[in-house]
Design a protein around this ligand. Structure first.
Ligand SMILES: Nc1nc2c(ncn2[C@@H]2O[C@H](COP(=O)(O)OP(=O)(O)OP(=O)(O)O)[C@@H](O)[C@H]2O)c(=O)[nH]1
Ligand SMILES: [Mg+2]
Length: 386
């Protein structure tokens, strides 16, 4: 009987030992609980979704959990490559205003009184202005009288040369100073409502980015929220950084902040938008004077103040230029919408009467439709159909 007890005890011992060993093996090969990884995954998502533009501070990273979770810089948009539009192709309307008169003049056998009347009317209609028209014609009359010019063809060629000559010699280079690091160039855009300031900033940004400059846009038009959004879309399109303030806020401080941000990030160029305003509104012009002053107070240097003028406005553009020039020390004019205007002659009035160079010309609504003003090409385009 005793041996039966001994056998039973042995069986129980062997079974117990087996259970202990098997249990240990299971606990060694079990996978870690999913909860152990959760914090690492969360920190990654946070870093990846944080926009570099929206935060001042560097996003926090937890190297001991996920050393590879470095914040990835937003890939900068590649500068767009676009074809430069030609004056000749875009100035159909401006040319049309002159072509009819020129063809009438060429159709006559000689230079007669009606020739001078036609010329005068055409130049005034093209917005060349009373003073410049009178000067151009009196010079030509003297040459005809002296028999230096004897036929209508020669007269028109002489007019073309005179017009080109009047625009020669102006310094149209865009002022960009290669300065100390952290001291961006600031280009300010001013003008009356709807002339094309914001659109021009978008086009200028694209051009400057394609030339290798880094650009920040400051939404100094705090008058309407939509204005900042319009500028933000151009910033995204051109791969520029963007700073805005609150609606109704002080435009000077938005632009000042933009300049400081650009300086901190070693950005080369700040393009500052402003709200459109009538040159006759004294308080708004005073606000602009302050914007101009404050823009140069911080780390940046205001190297250009562009007055944007809509070519379809005609002679009123001259009055605008005078007022804005007095208030903000305008350094150059951007003449927009020349593609849709028969009044390109305003270029002559602005340059001759005010001495402000036309530096850029808008030839359409798309990002590539901005060109450096080239007087030869411009005047040739006006005379192209004769
Ligand atoms: N055809 C043509 N249209 C242009 C040109 N430049 C601007 N525009 C158009 O003009 C309109 C007004 O342009 P904006 O850039 O909003 O003008 P703005 O001066 O910023 O206007 P405010 O901010 O309201 O003062 C838009 O429809 C532009 O597409 C140009 O060179 N040619
Ligand atoms: Mg605007």
């Amino acid at each position: 009987m005793e041996w039966i007890y001994l056998v039973l005890i042995a069986v129980v011992l062997v079974f117990g030992l087996g259970v202990v060993v098997f249990g240990r093996r299971r606990s060694v090969s079990a996978p870690p609980s999913p909860a152990a990884l959760t914090p690492a995954r969360e920190s990654r998502v946070e870093v990846a979704t944080e926009s570099a533009l929206q935060t001042e501070a560097e996003p926090e990273v937890q190297p001991e959990v996920q050393p590879e979770a470095e914040p990835e810089a937003e890939p900068e948009a590649e500068p767009e490559v676009f074809e430069r539009p030609s004056f000749r192709a875009k100035l159909g309307k401006a040319r049309g205003a002159l072509t009819g008169a020129f063809l009438g003049i060429r159709g006559r056998a000689g230079i007669v009184d009606a020739t001078w009347d036609d010329l005068e009317e055409a130049l005034l209609r093209a917005d060349v202005g009373v003073r410049v028209t009178a000067e151009l014609l009196s010079g030509l009359r003297l040459r005809v009288k002296a028999k230096a010019i004897t036929d209508p063809d020669a007269l028109l060629h002489a007019l073309q040369a005179e017009m080109t000559g009047r625009l020669a010699g102006a310094d149209r280079a865009l002022r960009f100073e290669q300065g100390a690091v952290g001291s961006p160039n600031v280009w300010l855009f001013v003008g009356v409502n709807g002339v094309g300031k914001t659109t021009t900033i978008g086009k200028v940004a694209a051009l400057q980015r394609s030339q290798g400059h880094s650009v920040l846009m400051a939404a100094g038009d705090t008058f309407r929220a939509a204005a900042a959004e319009q500028l933000a879309a151009w910033a995204e399109r051109s791969g520029s950084e963007f700073v805005r303030g609150s609606e109704g806020g002080d435009p000077s401080s938005v632009i000042f902040d933009g300049v400081q941000r650009a300086a901190a990030r070693n950005i080369d160029l700040v393009l500052a938008d402003t709200a459109g305003r009538l040159h006759t509104k004294t308080n708004l012009m005073e606000e602009l004077r302050k914007v101009r002053r404050v823009a140069g107070k911080g780390a940046g240097r205001v190297t250009e103040v562009f007055l944007v003028i809509d070519a379809t406005t005609g002679q009123n553009g001259l009055i605008q230029a005078r007022q804005f020039g007095d208030t903000t020390d305008v350094t150059g004019v951007v003449l927009t919408k020349l593609d849709g205007s028969a009044k390109g002659g305003i270029v002559f009035a602005i340059e001759t009467e005010l001495g402000i160079p036309v530096k850029l010309v808008g030839l359409g609504e798309t990002i590539g439709d901005l060109v450096a003003f080239d007087p030869d090409e411009f005047v040739s385009a006006l005379f192209a159909d004769i």
